[in-house]
Write a protein that binds this ligand. Structure first.
Ligand code: SF4
Ligand code: SF4
Length: 137
C-alpha cells in the first residue's frame, strides 16, 4: 500500500449495505463497465494522467475498472483492506473534474463519485492530513 496514504482504524465492513448500494445503481453502472472498449481515448483528456507522464494507473478507464469494477466483480463481499486499497484510486487519482471524454458516453466521474459514496458509507475516506498532501497531485 502507498505509505503516503495511511489507513484508518480497522473496521468491519457492512457487506449487506455495500451490496444494497451496488444493486441500487447496478443497471447503469454495469452497462458503463461492460461497454468500455478499453480504447484509451479518454486517457489524454485526463490532466492527472498527463501530469503523471501517462502512468496507466491514472487512465480514467483503469480507475473505474479497478475500483467500481472490482466491487461489482466481488459482489460487494469486500473487506476493510480492499476498501482502503481502492481509496487512493477514487480520491487521490481522480478529482471528479469531468474533463475525460468518452466517445461512447461512459461517464467516469459519476462512477468514481458512486464508488466514493460506497467507501464513505463504510467510514473509508481521506483523512485531513491526506487531503492537504502534495501527493494528491
Ligand atoms: S471509458 Fe470510453 S474512451 Fe475510455 S477506454 Fe472506455 S470506451 Fe474508451
Ligand atoms: S474526472 Fe477524474 S478521470 Fe476524468 S478527467 Fe477528471 S481527474 Fe481524470
Amino acid at each position: 500500500m502507498d505509505p503516503s496514504f495511511s489507513t484508518q482504524t480497522i473496521q468491519k465492513v457492512d457487506t449487506k449495505k455495500v451490496k444494497e448500494m451496488l444493486n441500487r445503481r447496478k443497471g447503469k453502472m454495469k452497462r458503463f463497465l461492460s461497454h468500455c472498449a478499453h480504447c484509451s481515448l479518454c486517457a489524454e483528456s485526463c490532466f492527472l494522467y498527463m501530469k503523471h507522464r501517462k502512468d496507466p494507473h491514472y487512465m480514467p478507464s483503469y480507475k473505474v475498472i479497478n475500483s467500481l469494477g472490482k466491487l461489482y466483480r466481488k459482489r460487494g463481499k469486500v473487506d476493510w483492506k480492499f476498501l482502503n486499497e481502492i481509496k487512493g484510486i477514487v480520491w487521490r487519482n481522480c478529482v471528479l473534474c469531468g474533463r475525460c471524454y468518452c466517445p461512447i458516453g461512459i461517464h467516469v466521474p459519476s462512477m468514481i463519485a458512486f464508488t466514493r459514496s460506497i467507501l464513505r458509507s463504510q467510514g473509508v475516506y481521506p483523512q485531513r492530513n491526506e487531503i492537504s498532501a502534495e501527493s494528491w497531485l
